[in-house]
Design a protein around this ligand. Structure first.
Ligand SMILES: [Zn+2]
Length: 99
């Protein structure tokens, strides 16, 4: 786990373009690990895909689905897709780089 965190730290300066180009993530880049960032990005992509297919999402405030429970960050049921930023406090402290 220590090694994992070390890798996360090393990832600080190498934010992939598709992550830095996602407005929803702008408050999170360089504040949470690259793994968490990538996973949250996947949730946003899923959410946008469902929206584009006309699926109305539930907008559960405290969703307890698998993704939310397992990782401790917002799942595709709750992530914004309109460019609103995801607040840092919605990410489990475990993933933050500053603790
Ligand atoms: Zn969910």
């Amino acid at each position: 786990m220590q090694r994992l965190r070390g890798q996360a730290m090393n990832g600080r300066n190498r934010i992939p373009l598709d992550l830095s180009n996602t407005p929803e993530l702008r408050d999170l880049t360089r504040k949470i690990s690259l793994f968490a960032l990538t996973e949250v990005k996947k949730q946003i992509t899923l959410a946008k895909k469902e929206e584009s297919e006309g699926i109305i999402r539930a907008w559960l405030q405290n969703c307890q689905c698998h993704a939310a429970r397992r990782y401790g960050f917002p799942c595709y049921h709750v992530v914004p897709t309109n460019g609103d930023t995801i607040p840092l406090n919605s990410i489990a402290p475990f993933w933050r780089l500053d603790n």
